[in-house]
Design a protein around this ligand. Structure first.
Ligand code: CA
Length: 229
């Protein structure tokens, strides 16, 4: 039986969601405090989370961010304001779905079922654990194509992600800009080795504490770059 955690401080709403989900055969737990909800979400095994945004303790944004940093479990965010939904999307927190209050219970149940089915297909397909590279607070999730610095997700373009991952997978190896360009961009690409410099600069702005003294990607003057291990 699928187990769902609802984190919602309006008890009447939480109970309504719980009733409908239980009628559909789900096991449902409720937490009305954000911090307690986050603690349980991280420690216990749930199959899906339904998170309200505005909560006492830890808010829904933060719960979503912290859960997503370690779990692939589907997350449905619930908000009373359409603006908040836009904000969650913009933040790229990794939520799977967004529902605006008031919503019909049957709509909620339908969405929960759809996300669980999709998630179970992923799990059931014997999908291996996400492949992750972790170096001094930098975490690259190769499977989900996400990058985190000290737990905070950073948005990367496709090429920035490919370049960073390539360098991190070959630490201490000095690559010339030519080599990097050939590795990451295909032959038909518009651009030249200056593209590499531009991308390295953008990556540093996202991952380095001090871009003047990079601790991850080092410039080897007159040669190229290397990822420091
Ligand atoms: Ca609330």
């Amino acid at each position: 039986m699928s187990r769902i955690l609802i984190v919602e401080d309006e008890e009447s709403i939480a109970e309504l969601e719980k009733d409908y989900l239980e009628l559909s055969g789900f096991e449902v737990e409720i937490e009305t405090d954000g911090s307690r909800g986050l603690g349980r979400a991280l420690k216990e095994d749930f199959d899906l989370f339904i998170l309200d945004l505005m909560l006492p303790g830890t808010d829904g944004f933060e719960i979503c961010r912290q859960v997503r940093a370690t779990k692939n479990t589907p997350i449905l965010m619930v908000s009373a304001k359409k603006d908040d939904i836009d904000k969650i999307r913009g933040l790229g927190l990794g939520a799977d779905d967004y529902i605006t209050k008031p919503f019909s219970p049957s709509e909620l149940v339908a969405r929960v079922k759809a996300h669980l089915a999709r998630y179970e297909r992923l799990i059931g397909s014997g999908m291996p654990e996400n492949e992750i590279i972790e170096i001094r607070g930098l975490k690259i999730d190769k499977t989900a194509r996400r990058v985190y610095i000290n737990g905070e997700e950073k948005n990367f373009t496709t090429k920035e992600f490919d370049l960073l991952t390539f360098l991190a997978q070959n630490p201490n190896h000095v690559f010339t800009k030519d080599e990097l360009f050939r590795e990451i961009w295909d032959m038909e690409s518009v651009g030249d080795i200056a593209t590499v410099t531009v991308h390295i600069k953008k990556i540093r702005e996202k991952i380095e504490y001090n871009t003047a003294r990079p601790q991850y990607i080092e410039t080897i003057w007159g040669v190229g770059y290397r990822f420091k291990m």
